[in-house]
Design a protein around this ligand. Structure first.
Ligand code: Q0N
Length: 287
């Protein structure tokens, strides 16, 4: 990471720097959050797993929609990206009813204007994936919005393009992952526009931080599902009687090791690439 690079943004676990007028550097740390709190203990290589997974999906979806990835750095956790004009929508696709979608459904029978059948249970598979955009909240959770509000923010035609593209991306990746024992319950994309006004997929794609990954062999609707990647961390935190406000607890070595193994397992199952091969030559892995 160049010391002089201007910091242009940060998420909970990633940082964004300006490289020059049209390129950014996206750096994924090994930090992990649970119950919305970043923990003081890092998961070795988590940032590399997520960076490699996103690069894998960008390569596999490039015919569907162009993406911002220009190059992976040799550290395996930093990506050079095209600088775009970002659209002000979090583009969420849900194939299963859980999280805020489940909450909204229980309160109103609908999610972002999609009226759903009665009697659905937590974690039920939806008959079709639904596009449920939200707006970035300055603090706290993103706010789910209906189609008309979303179309006001980006224009009707762009909204339709976003919905079609996001659903197609989800259908491609969720079918592929399901064959490899991972259910992608839902996922979030961010899109931007290039200088010609073309839609470009930005941020990360189908990582466990931007999606809910569930182990397919444990799927059982009617209850919350275990997280493929974070379940050890959650279970450990639940034993502590922690009130889930910052600061979070330190994680013991066994929990760190078990969680790292789950991230690596997700990477290897989905990409078919040995994680050590990725670490040796990140840039080569997805050519
Ligand atoms: C950008 N954010 C959202 C990553 C995500 N390609 C781009 N061009 C211009 N701006 C952005 C991207 C991207 N990706 C996306 N902010 C700026 C949130 N960030 C926060 C930090 O980590």
């Amino acid at each position: 990471m160049p010391e002089a690079a201007t910091h242009v943004g940060s998420g909970k676990v990633r940082e964004l720097y300006e490289l020059d007028g049209d390129r950014l550097l996206l750096v994924a740390s090994d930090r992990i959050s649970t119950f919305d709190v970043v923990l003081p203990t890092e998961i070795l290589d988590k940032g590399r797993v997520l960076t490699g997974l996103a690069a894998f999906w960008f390569a596999r979806t490039r015919d569907l929609v162009p993406n911002h990835l220009l190059a992976l750095r040799p550290d395996g956790r930093s990506s050079e990206c095209r600088r775009l004009g970002m659209l002000p929508l979090e583009c969420v696709v849900r194939g299963y009813l859980t999280g805020s979608g489940w909450k909204d459904y229980q309160a109103t029978g609908a999610v972002c204007g999609h009226v759903l059948a009665e009697g659905l249970r937590d974690s039920d598979k939806l008959p079709e994936p639904i596009f449920t955009p939200s707006t970035k909240a300055q603090e706290g959770h993103d706010e789910n919005i209906d189609r008309d509000r979303a179309a006001e923010l980006v224009g009707r035609e762009r909204f339709d393009e976003l919905e079609r593209t996001a659903i197609a991306l989800y259908e491609l990746a969720s079918a592929y992952a399901a064959e490899r024992g991972i259910l992608i319950a839902d996922t979030k994309f961010e899109f931007g526009l290039d200088p010609e006004g073309r839609l470009v997929l930005a941020d990360e794609a189908f990582t466990p931080d931007s999606s809910r990954f569930w182990p397919a062999d444990e799927y059982e609707p009617g209850r919350p599902q275990p997280s493929f990647d974070k379940q050890f961390v959650r279970d450990y935190c639940e034993t502590l009687g922690w009130d889930k406000t910052a600061p979070g607890p330190e994680l013991p070595d066994e929990v760190v090791a078990g969680t790292r193994a789950r991230y690596v397992e997700a990477f290897e199952r989905l990409t078919g690439i040995d994680f050590d091969d990725y670490l040796a030559e990140p840039e080569v892995a997805f050519r």
